[in-house]
Design a protein. Sequence first.
Length: 380
Amino acid sequence: MTAPLKHSASVTVDVALGDRAYDIVIGGDVLASLGERVAALRPGVRTAVVTDRTVARHWLEPAEASLAAAGVPTSRIIVEEGEGSKSYATLTQVSEALIAAKIERNDLVIALGGGVVGDLAGFAAAILRRGVDFVQVPTSLLAQVDSSVGGKTGINSPQGKNLIGAFHQPVLVIADTSVLDTLSPRQFRAGYAEVAKYGILGDEAFFAWLEKNHADIFSGGAGREHAIATSCRAKAAIVSRDERETGERALLNLGHTFGHALEAATGFSDRLFHGEGVAVGMVLAAEFSAQLGMISTDDAARIARHLSAVGLPTRLQDIAGFTQEGLADADALLALMAQDKKVKRGKLTFILLEAVGRAVIANNVEPQPVRDFLQAKLKA
Ligand SMILES: NC(=O)c1ccc[n+]([C@@H]2O[C@H](COP(=O)([O-])OP(=O)(O)OC[C@H]3O[C@@H](n4cnc5c(N)ncnc54)[C@H](O)[C@@H]3O)[C@@H](O)[C@H]2O)c1
Ligand SMILES: O=C(O)C(=O)C[C@@H](O)[C@H](O)[C@H](O)COP(=O)(O)O
Ligand SMILES: [Zn+2]
């Protein structure tokens, strides 16, 4: 745990993982406290900040200034932005730069960026000298509500999302909500899909609140911080009970079995951002659940209606280049889903819905009903 510091209002969420517990500090100017918090957590530490080009342009200097003011030595490693950087090539670039910077076992890697930088830098830290601690400084909405918390790190392989990785928890998360002001509207909206996910999977009241307050979240009102803190509390609670996804953590994968296959089918490109794939995937999961008689068609329609109201894609046909080979093809999508990490003895696991706010884990799902469902959706 970090000691409380005297900065303007911030909220701290605890991720209760015993001797690996850590704080998520959320607030409007907490980036300025990065150096002070790192120095308090690890006196005498050296750091390397991993970031991407776009985030570096906006936020690297304030991060470095905060570290310098607290007397924390640092070096910088800058990668290309985008999902393509969750690759073997960029992992090599980052690992070798960390070695060149002489980051030792007791030093810290700092991931300053969205989910791509967090997953990549976290994984590099996990394998560098067999494990170096790291700090998450998430700069996208998605990273502040989801990817910076919980310790899933990794890269993609051509066969699928996040297939190479490790569980490696950060030692601190600093989520400065004011950095979101430089995020593009499309990226902000994509991150919102993961916010809505927490309501859909386990908190109907939060979903109803989002239905009423989404405009405030998008415009940067007080609701934004509330939505981020609520999302982090929901994720922290699940992760602290099931760190390694042996059970209920799989609920956080709502929409991802479909979504990850769609991201792979679109070549991990800007045709479909992760959050957008999750939005389409959650609607497909809801509609598939309705077809199985698990959720009412009204509830499934309510989910699609809200995601569509904020401008997220909700149908396969909304994806750029929908008719291109591999996307409008149920068998190709099923082949990609076969690489999902929830597959057990060759059988698919889906996160399905009984109601808004009630998700369940469905093991041993046969491929044929999924194929039939997708074929119908592709023609719709
Ligand atoms: N580890 C997990 O638990 C977890 C959870 C959810 C998603 N993810 C992963 O996260 C990734 C998606 O993360 P993302 O949506 O943050 O994408 P991202 O990291 O690619 O960031 C989105 C874009 O926004 C830019 N950006 C980020 N912060 C900015 C800021 N403050 N100002 C201006 N531009 C900014 C980035 O340069 C990038 O171009 C996917 O790879 C997904 O698989 C991981
Ligand atoms: O933290 C989790 O657990 C999640 O599933 C969160 C997801 O939003 C995230 O996209 C995660 O990276 C997906 O995990 P994966 O195990 O399917 O790669
Ligand atoms: Zn996700």
